[in-house]
Write a protein that binds this ligand. Structure first.
Ligand code: DX5
Ligand code: ZN
Length: 232
Protein backbone atom coordinates (compact mmCIF):
# COMPACT_ATOMS: atom_id res chain seq x y z
CA UNK A 1 0.00 0.00 0.00
CA UNK A 2 1.63 3.20 -1.06
CA UNK A 3 1.76 6.24 1.16
CA UNK A 4 -0.07 9.38 0.08
CA UNK A 5 0.21 12.83 1.58
CA UNK A 6 -3.00 14.85 1.26
CA UNK A 7 -2.55 18.47 2.37
CA UNK A 8 -5.85 19.96 3.54
CA UNK A 9 -6.62 23.37 2.11
CA UNK A 10 -8.64 24.21 5.22
CA UNK A 11 -5.45 25.62 6.73
CA UNK A 12 -4.33 27.41 3.55
CA UNK A 13 -4.57 31.10 2.69
CA UNK A 14 -7.80 31.23 0.69
CA UNK A 15 -6.72 34.47 -0.96
CA UNK A 16 -3.78 32.58 -2.44
CA UNK A 17 -5.16 29.10 -2.84
CA UNK A 18 -3.52 28.37 -6.18
CA UNK A 19 -0.07 29.29 -4.88
CA UNK A 20 -0.58 27.24 -1.72
CA UNK A 21 -1.58 24.16 -3.67
CA UNK A 22 1.34 24.63 -6.05
CA UNK A 23 3.75 24.75 -3.11
CA UNK A 24 2.31 21.55 -1.65
CA UNK A 25 2.52 19.93 -5.06
CA UNK A 26 6.20 20.87 -5.41
CA UNK A 27 6.73 19.32 -1.98
CA UNK A 28 5.44 15.98 -3.24
CA UNK A 29 1.77 16.07 -2.22
CA UNK A 30 -0.06 13.09 -3.70
CA UNK A 31 -3.56 14.55 -3.56
CA UNK A 32 -5.35 17.64 -2.25
CA UNK A 33 -7.80 17.22 0.63
CA UNK A 34 -10.90 19.43 0.54
CA UNK A 35 -12.93 19.71 3.76
CA UNK A 36 -16.59 20.46 3.10
CA UNK A 37 -18.57 21.58 6.17
CA UNK A 38 -22.19 22.68 6.37
CA UNK A 39 -22.54 24.18 9.85
CA UNK A 40 -24.95 21.39 10.74
CA UNK A 41 -23.17 18.04 10.72
CA UNK A 42 -20.18 19.91 12.10
CA UNK A 43 -20.19 23.34 13.78
CA UNK A 44 -18.12 25.05 11.09
CA UNK A 45 -18.89 26.13 7.51
CA UNK A 46 -16.24 25.86 4.79
CA UNK A 47 -16.34 25.41 1.03
CA UNK A 48 -18.43 23.76 -1.69
CA UNK A 49 -18.25 22.63 -5.31
CA UNK A 50 -17.15 26.07 -6.56
CA UNK A 51 -13.83 25.72 -4.79
CA UNK A 52 -13.40 22.15 -6.03
CA UNK A 53 -13.95 23.44 -9.56
CA UNK A 54 -11.41 26.20 -9.07
CA UNK A 55 -8.84 23.74 -7.71
CA UNK A 56 -9.46 21.40 -10.63
CA UNK A 57 -8.18 24.12 -12.94
CA UNK A 58 -4.90 24.67 -11.07
CA UNK A 59 -3.71 21.17 -10.20
CA UNK A 60 -3.65 17.76 -11.80
CA UNK A 61 -3.50 16.01 -8.43
CA UNK A 62 -6.53 13.95 -7.36
CA UNK A 63 -9.00 16.02 -5.34
CA UNK A 64 -9.97 14.18 -2.14
CA UNK A 65 -13.30 15.62 -1.02
CA UNK A 66 -14.29 14.97 2.60
CA UNK A 67 -18.00 15.69 3.07
CA UNK A 68 -18.88 16.72 6.61
CA UNK A 69 -22.46 17.54 5.73
CA UNK A 70 -25.98 16.32 6.35
CA UNK A 71 -27.71 14.54 3.48
CA UNK A 72 -24.53 14.12 1.42
CA UNK A 73 -26.38 12.22 -1.35
CA UNK A 74 -28.01 15.46 -2.42
CA UNK A 75 -24.66 17.14 -3.11
CA UNK A 76 -22.44 14.29 -4.35
CA UNK A 77 -23.24 14.83 -8.08
CA UNK A 78 -22.25 18.51 -7.85
CA UNK A 79 -18.89 17.60 -6.35
CA UNK A 80 -18.36 14.92 -8.98
CA UNK A 81 -19.13 17.39 -11.76
CA UNK A 82 -16.81 19.96 -10.19
CA UNK A 83 -13.91 17.54 -10.52
CA UNK A 84 -13.65 15.52 -7.30
CA UNK A 85 -11.64 12.32 -7.72
CA UNK A 86 -12.43 10.75 -4.36
CA UNK A 87 -15.42 11.45 -2.11
CA UNK A 88 -15.72 10.33 1.48
CA UNK A 89 -18.90 10.38 3.55
CA UNK A 90 -19.49 10.06 7.28
CA UNK A 91 -21.25 6.91 8.46
CA UNK A 92 -22.86 9.04 11.19
CA UNK A 93 -24.67 11.10 8.54
CA UNK A 94 -26.01 8.20 6.51
CA UNK A 95 -28.82 5.72 7.10
CA UNK A 96 -28.01 4.00 3.78
CA UNK A 97 -24.24 3.92 3.63
CA UNK A 98 -24.09 0.96 1.24
CA UNK A 99 -26.26 2.78 -1.27
CA UNK A 100 -24.23 5.98 -1.02
CA UNK A 101 -20.92 4.18 -1.56
CA UNK A 102 -22.37 2.52 -4.67
CA UNK A 103 -23.69 5.90 -5.84
CA UNK A 104 -20.23 7.50 -5.60
CA UNK A 105 -18.59 4.58 -7.40
CA UNK A 106 -21.29 4.68 -10.07
CA UNK A 107 -20.18 8.22 -10.85
CA UNK A 108 -16.70 6.85 -11.54
CA UNK A 109 -15.13 8.14 -8.32
CA UNK A 110 -13.38 6.42 -5.42
CA UNK A 111 -15.68 6.07 -2.41
CA UNK A 112 -14.59 6.36 1.19
CA UNK A 113 -16.37 5.90 4.51
CA UNK A 114 -15.42 8.22 7.38
CA UNK A 115 -15.63 7.46 11.10
CA UNK A 116 -15.68 10.06 13.85
CA UNK A 117 -13.44 9.31 16.85
CA UNK A 118 -16.38 7.97 18.88
CA UNK A 119 -17.71 5.73 16.10
CA UNK A 120 -16.59 2.11 16.45
CA UNK A 121 -14.63 0.24 13.77
CA UNK A 122 -17.41 -2.36 13.76
CA UNK A 123 -19.83 0.13 12.22
CA UNK A 124 -18.15 -0.68 8.89
CA UNK A 125 -18.39 -4.44 9.28
CA UNK A 126 -21.12 -4.91 6.68
CA UNK A 127 -19.51 -2.65 4.08
CA UNK A 128 -15.87 -3.57 4.68
CA UNK A 129 -15.74 -5.16 1.24
CA UNK A 130 -17.36 -2.17 -0.47
CA UNK A 131 -15.16 0.77 0.47
CA UNK A 132 -12.33 2.02 -1.74
CA UNK A 133 -10.80 3.62 1.35
CA UNK A 134 -11.62 4.37 4.97
CA UNK A 135 -11.01 7.76 6.57
CA UNK A 136 -10.50 7.65 10.32
CA UNK A 137 -10.93 10.99 12.04
CA UNK A 138 -8.11 11.42 14.54
CA UNK A 139 -9.73 14.61 15.92
CA UNK A 140 -13.39 15.56 16.17
CA UNK A 141 -14.25 17.04 12.77
CA UNK A 142 -15.02 20.71 12.24
CA UNK A 143 -11.77 22.57 12.71
CA UNK A 144 -8.12 22.38 11.78
CA UNK A 145 -5.31 22.69 14.26
CA UNK A 146 -6.62 20.28 16.90
CA UNK A 147 -4.65 17.75 18.93
CA UNK A 148 -4.34 14.17 17.70
CA UNK A 149 -6.36 11.68 19.79
CA UNK A 150 -3.90 8.91 20.85
CA UNK A 151 -6.61 6.26 21.09
CA UNK A 152 -6.74 6.47 17.26
CA UNK A 153 -3.60 4.30 17.00
CA UNK A 154 -5.33 1.13 18.17
CA UNK A 155 -8.35 2.04 16.04
CA UNK A 156 -6.16 2.16 12.92
CA UNK A 157 -4.87 -1.34 13.71
CA UNK A 158 -8.38 -2.65 14.32
CA UNK A 159 -9.62 -1.13 11.05
CA UNK A 160 -6.76 -2.75 9.15
CA UNK A 161 -7.75 -6.12 10.60
CA UNK A 162 -11.40 -5.61 9.65
CA UNK A 163 -10.49 -4.71 6.06
CA UNK A 164 -8.01 -7.58 5.79
CA UNK A 165 -10.62 -10.03 7.04
CA UNK A 166 -12.94 -8.78 4.31
CA UNK A 167 -10.16 -9.33 1.77
CA UNK A 168 -10.09 -5.64 1.00
CA UNK A 169 -6.72 -3.94 0.54
CA UNK A 170 -8.42 -0.52 0.80
CA UNK A 171 -6.25 2.30 2.11
CA UNK A 172 -6.70 3.78 5.57
CA UNK A 173 -6.58 7.56 5.60
CA UNK A 174 -6.16 9.54 8.80
CA UNK A 175 -7.22 13.13 9.34
CA UNK A 176 -6.54 15.53 12.20
CA UNK A 177 -3.44 16.50 14.15
CA UNK A 178 -1.04 14.81 11.72
CA UNK A 179 2.34 16.49 11.99
CA UNK A 180 6.06 15.74 12.37
CA UNK A 181 5.42 14.12 15.76
CA UNK A 182 2.43 11.93 14.90
CA UNK A 183 3.05 10.94 11.28
CA UNK A 184 5.39 8.00 11.96
CA UNK A 185 3.15 6.65 14.70
CA UNK A 186 0.02 6.56 12.56
CA UNK A 187 1.86 4.96 9.65
CA UNK A 188 3.41 2.36 11.97
CA UNK A 189 -0.13 1.57 13.18
CA UNK A 190 -1.30 0.98 9.61
CA UNK A 191 -2.31 4.34 8.12
CA UNK A 192 -1.59 4.72 4.41
CA UNK A 193 -2.85 8.18 3.50
CA UNK A 194 -2.14 11.21 5.66
CA UNK A 195 -4.21 14.38 5.69
CA UNK A 196 -2.30 17.37 7.03
CA UNK A 197 -3.60 20.93 7.14
CA UNK A 198 -1.86 22.99 9.80
CA UNK A 199 1.43 21.09 9.53
CA UNK A 200 1.71 21.99 5.84
CA UNK A 201 -0.03 25.30 5.29
CA UNK A 202 0.61 27.05 8.60
CA UNK A 203 4.31 26.35 8.40
CA UNK A 204 6.79 28.93 7.08
CA UNK A 205 7.44 26.82 4.01
CA UNK A 206 4.59 24.59 2.80
CA UNK A 207 6.77 22.92 0.18
CA UNK A 208 9.43 21.91 2.71
CA UNK A 209 6.82 20.82 5.27
CA UNK A 210 5.07 18.60 2.75
CA UNK A 211 8.35 17.07 1.65
CA UNK A 212 9.40 16.37 5.24
CA UNK A 213 6.06 14.83 6.24
CA UNK A 214 5.92 12.63 3.19
CA UNK A 215 9.50 11.43 3.69
CA UNK A 216 8.75 10.54 7.32
CA UNK A 217 5.64 8.65 6.22
CA UNK A 218 7.51 6.73 3.52
CA UNK A 219 10.26 5.79 6.01
CA UNK A 220 7.69 4.58 8.54
CA UNK A 221 5.88 2.57 5.86
CA UNK A 222 9.12 0.87 4.86
CA UNK A 223 9.78 -0.01 8.49
CA UNK A 224 6.25 -1.36 8.82
CA UNK A 225 6.83 -3.63 5.83
CA UNK A 226 10.09 -4.88 7.29
CA UNK A 227 8.74 -5.40 10.81
CA UNK A 228 8.58 -8.95 12.19
CA UNK A 229 4.80 -8.64 12.40
CA UNK A 230 4.76 -8.41 8.62
CA UNK A 231 3.30 -5.60 6.57
CA UNK A 232 1.15 -4.30 9.44
C1 DX5 B 1 -11.19 18.53 10.34
C2 DX5 B 1 -10.79 18.29 8.91
C3 DX5 B 1 -9.33 18.09 8.71
C4 DX5 B 1 -8.48 19.25 9.09
C5 DX5 B 1 -7.15 18.71 9.50
O1 DX5 B 1 -12.56 18.57 10.42
O2 DX5 B 1 -11.43 17.13 8.42
O3 DX5 B 1 -9.06 17.70 7.37
O4 DX5 B 1 -8.30 20.17 8.06
O5 DX5 B 1 -6.45 19.77 10.00
P1 DX5 B 1 -5.11 19.65 10.82
O6 DX5 B 1 -4.12 18.91 9.97
O7 DX5 B 1 -4.77 21.06 11.05
O8 DX5 B 1 -5.43 18.89 12.09
ZN1 ZN C 1 -10.78 16.27 6.36
Amino acid sequence: MSVRLAPSILAADFAALGASVAAAERGGADMIHVDVMDGRFVPNISVGPLVVRALRRVTSLPLDVHLMIEDPDRHIPAFAEAGASLISVHVEALPHLHRTLAFIKGLGLKAGAVLNPSTPVGSLEEVAGDVDFVLLMTVNPGFGGQTFIPRSLSKIQAMRSLLDEAGNAAAIEVDGGIDDRTVSRVVAAGADWLVAGTAVFRSDDAEAAARRLRAAAVAAAQERLASPRGPR
